[in-house]
Design a protein around this ligand. Structure first.
Ligand SMILES: NC(=O)c1ccc[n+]([C@@H]2O[C@H](COP(=O)([O-])OP(=O)(O)OC[C@H]3O[C@@H](n4cnc5c(N)ncnc54)[C@H](O)[C@@H]3O)[C@@H](O)[C@H]2O)c1
Length: 381
């Protein structure tokens, strides 16, 4: 398969997530960065793109200029995938316009600000027959894919309980409340209906769905703002139920000083339990009922095929977050190449997070806000 052309919107110099996208997309030599509109400031956008090796003519001052110029490009020069790594409030418009112009899109989470927008993107992706993925990058970790395969293979028996946490101390400093990189996340104009829940909790919720292959049907939520000047919540404790009756718990917070990143997911079935944490992503704790706990190591040949495919480096040498993102890019490379060649990709490449997953997460968060408005009453998604 030949290399694909890739463009990045947002993810400019100093942004939190830009480096991870640039490193991940190019890790396997599958994508070449050919165009970009990398910063909200047009001069910085153009200069940063050129510093990354873009031709001056394809390093744009705005995503609209990029769209206008690139939509008519055909052949080898045409962009195969556009990544949207801008703040939340811009995701809908940019993703919509690029899908409608016939591009495949990988959009950062949260997919949109509202359920209506998310549902519209599902329809637009379908109508335009383009791939629309959402960067739930943690689902790219080999051992997260192993968890899904173990659950789907019935190795834990019927799943009873999922405990999902994404609680760290990264938003705990009240002195940071005015920092522009932090402030937008707690403002409804820029972040949407929730803050820590769409910034962090949404990953944990998506992982609960990805691993169990189920949707969330009902929630009961309690939001709090530990830093009072914040319009939106910086802590959320929610109970939820999934389609088959799985009992779910979510805790997401920016106030948990001492916890560094804080993404942990535990799955408890009738015959075993799994526990995985993002800060030690190369080990998965597995406890069969009435047996001692064992550690499954990334890279071991006994793991499921899904985990083997997502692995790159020999067992014992740690892989990390860029590698997980790179697995989303590798899936998209396979799927987009198959679309171009009119062939079928490997079925496991279809495990990349899709627009429908992004939409479902927004529907869950919206139900959580209704629950909060209704004294934490159980609320249907
Ligand atoms: N998947 C993940 O693990 C993960 C991690 C971090 C952030 N994110 C998501 O990525 C997005 C960006 O977050 P961040 O933390 O990098 O934000 P940030 O504020 O650090 O950086 C945002 C970047 O986008 C640029 N930008 C803003 N508006 C733009 C526009 N209209 N056109 C072009 N560029 C524009 C800014 O100049 C900056 O370079 C958010 O939606 C966030 O939720 C996802």
């Amino acid at each position: 398969m030949s290399k694909l052309s890739w463009a990045l919107i947002g993810g400019g110099e100093g942004s939190q997530v830009g480096f991870a996208h640039r490193a991940a997309a190019q890790l396997d030599n599958n994508f070449s960065l050919v165009a970009g509109a990398l910063d909200v400031n047009p001069d910085s956008a153009r200069a940063f793109g050129i510093s990354l090796g873009l031709e001056a003519a394809r390093s744009y001052g705005s995503w609209r200029d990029m769209l206008d110029a690139e939509k008519n490009v055909e052949g080898d020069q045409r962009i195969d995938l556009v990544t949207v790594a801008t703040p939340n409030s811009t995701h809908f418009e940019i993703t919509k316009e690029f899908l409608e112009a016939g591009f495949h899109v990988l959009c950062e989470k949260p997919l949109t600000m509202t359920v209506e927008e998310a549902q519209a993107l599902v329809l637009i992706a379908k109508a335009s027959n383009r791939i629309c993925a959402v960067n739930y990058g943690y689902t790219g970790y080999p051992l997260v894919r192993q968890m899904r395969s173990m659950v789907l293979a019935g190795e834990l028996g019927k799943i009873r309980l999922v405990v999902a946490e994404f609680a760290g101390g990264f938003m705990a400093d009240s002195a940071d409340a005015e920092n522009p990189r932090v402030k937008w996340r707690f403002n409804s104009k820029h972040s949407g209906m929730a803050a820590i829940t769409v910034d962090c909790g949404i990953h944990a919720l998506n992982m609960a769905c990805f691993i169990t292959n189920e949707k969330v049907v009902e929630v009961s939520s309690d939001f709090a703002s530990g830093i009072k000047s914040r319009e939106l919540e910086d802590d959320n404790l929610s109970a939820f139920r999934m389609e088959s009756g799985i009992v779910g718990r979510l805790w997401t917070s920016g106030l948990a000083i001492g916890r560094t990143h804080g993404l942990t997911i535990q799955i408890f079935g009738e015959t075993g339990g799994l526990s995985w944490t993002q800060e030690q992503p190369n080990q998965l704790s597995w406890t069969p009922l009435n047996k001692p706990t064992c550690i499954l190591e990334r890279g071991h040949p006994d793991l499921h095929l899904s985990a083997q495919r997502a692995n790159r480096i020999t067992i014992g040498h740690p892989e990390g977050m860029v590698f997980a993102f790179a697995n989303i890019y590798r899936d998209l490379f396979e799927v987009i190449s198959s679309v171009k060649a009119d062939t079928k990709p490997h079925s496991l490449a279809l495990d990349y997070p899709k627009v429908e997953d992004g939409c479902h997460s927004i529907e869950i968060v919206e139900a959580m806000t209704r629950s909060v408005a209704n004294k934490s009453c159980w609320t249907k998604v």
